[in-house]
Design a protein around this ligand. Sequence first.
Ligand SMILES: N[C@@H](CCC(=O)N[C@@H](CS)C(=O)NCC(=O)O)C(=O)O
Length: 205
Amino acid sequence: MKLFYSPNACSMAIHIILEEIGKPYELALVNFAEAAQYKPEYLAVNPKSKVPALMRDDGTVLTELPAIAWYLAKTNPQASLLPNDIESEARVLELLEYMTATVHMRGYTRIFRTATFTPSPADEPKVVEAGRNMVIHGLQILEPVLGDKDYLLGQYSIADCGFFYIVYWASRRANIPLSPALQAYLDRLLARPAVARMLASEGLR
Ligand SMILES: N[C@@H](CCC(=O)N[C@@H](CS)C(=O)NCC(=O)O)C(=O)O
């Protein structure tokens, strides 16, 4: 299996899952600094120009973070990354969808890719503010799901692998303060060996 990734991108969620599973896999860097995601070599892998993309051993490619996460968890039940009942699976997918489609796409993307949301540089501060408010709202929605548990569903799951980059970016990229409960959650995830290996591999800390 080969993961197409970019350091400090949302592909880190899948990178963590692969580390948790512990089977051999390859990493393929998609260098955003060189706009590699728009070049023919990568378009042949993922015409959507996005990471993550997972190439399976038969050469087929799976895209979209929640779908890849679910696929890896289901095909590696020994890793116990997805509870084995339909209600929990639906809740995990509900969480991953909210993180990626709303908090990431509607929130963080406004903060990190501001110019794509307005033709007017004068409007950019307002776009950033709207993005920050969406992220803060997302964290307010997700914090009570965590409650006083160690992980979102109680047991560690792909939902936590997905939530990692949402809280990590708040802390490390967007300067959005975390509540004590979310800071403790981030610290708990940072202490996991699989997360530490992913960070080291991507040159992060
Ligand atoms: N809906 C996609 C979103 C993936 C996404 O937006 N990835 C970003 C990195 S965090 C990306 O590849 N951006 C490259 C670009 O837009 O040029 C998913 O869930 O996988």
